[in-house]
Structures are given as structure tokens and as C-alpha cells.
Ligand binder design. Sequence first.
Ligand code: GAR
Length: 207
Amino acid sequence: MLNVVVLVSGGGTNLQAIIDAVEAGKITNVRLAGVISNNKNAYALERAKKHGIAGTCISPKDFDSRAEFNEKFLKAVDEMHPDLIVLAGFLVVIPPEMIARYRNQMINIHPSLIPAFCGTGYYGLRVHEAALARGVKVAGATVHFVDEGTDTGPILLQKAVSVEQDDTPEILQRRVMEQAEWRILPQAIDLIANGRVSVEDGKVRIR
Ligand code: GAR
């Protein structure tokens, strides 16, 4: 059984997709060990509670320095003994020590086809605003391993979604979630949990 810890900041629809996939048996070999949010009002924490998953909040706002937050945050994660950490809409910069400790054991979902519309400043609705401003015809989502850069780690899964003529950022965001994010994030977790993923020379191989 792979112990999975999910980090969230907001609504938690990706967390819900993971919970639903575990409960439906679409993700196997996984135990959801806990959910950590940087925002105590995140609806994601409610979702965790409803499904009997331990949830906790740890916010940079509650500490005098980022170093102090990073230390407590890493401790909270370590105490859940994760084999895999899933960033499901988590908007806090991951401490370098945590990236090193959980190399190739931490994945992120990003709402674009990386390397488009990613990196610093591209998160949530902003990604879709930028995609529409550029007039792209294809959008999508990416699951990747987390490395020291922003959205630069080895790519595990991607799924394309079409952009329609009259899309607003909100409409496009919803389509990308429904048709891409909520599918490839659970799928990625299942692949990892069943030992089918390896990283070689910075690239992912799936067996
Ligand atoms: C999702 O669209 C996710 O891809 C995005 O935040 C949203 C969280 O929604 N993540 C990023 O932009 C990371 N750079 P959720 O809380 O409903 O899962």
C-alpha cells in the first residue's frame, strides 16, 4: 500500500477526484494518509473530513519567518510517512529540503500543456486567461514530478482539451478540470502505486 499525502489550497476538486477514484477502486494499492492545507478555510479540508481522512492546516501566515514555516511544514508532512506526495492545487512554494527528500515521490497537477503557460505567476485561473489571450486552440493539463524549478520536473501524463471560440477563463478552466485534470491525476497515482513509473535521465517511462 502506497501512503499518499495530498497538499491543497482551495476547493479541492482534484482531491475529490482522487478520493472518488480510490473509493471506486480505480486507484488501487493506495491509502490516503492525510491532507494538508495552507488555508484553514479551504473546502478541500471539508472534503477530507467527510471521507474520514486526516486533515490539517499549516500556513506561512502563522509563522514569523518562511524558514520556520518550512521546518514545521516538512515535519507535518514527514509525520504522515508519505510514499507519495500529491500537490493538488497547492499554491505554496515547496521548501528545497522537501523537494530533495521526496525526489520522484512528489507530483503536481498543472492546468496547461507544459511547457506552455507554466512557471512563476501561472496558476489557477491565470493560466486560462493567458491561454485565451494568446488565442491557443488546444489547452490541457499536465502531471509532473516536482523538482527545484517551477513546473520543470519530469512529465508523467498530459491530456489535451479543445478551446472553444467563446470560452471565458472560467469555462475553459472547468473543461480542463473535467476532461483532463480529474482523469490524469488519479491515473498518475494509480500508475505509481502499481510500480509502473520510473524516471530515467529526467524523463518518465511507464510500463
Ligand atoms: C487546479 O486547476 C490545478 O490544476 C491548479 O489549481 C486548481 C486547483 O483546483 N493548480 C495550479 O495552478 C498549480 N500551478 P482544486 O482545488 O479544485 O483541485
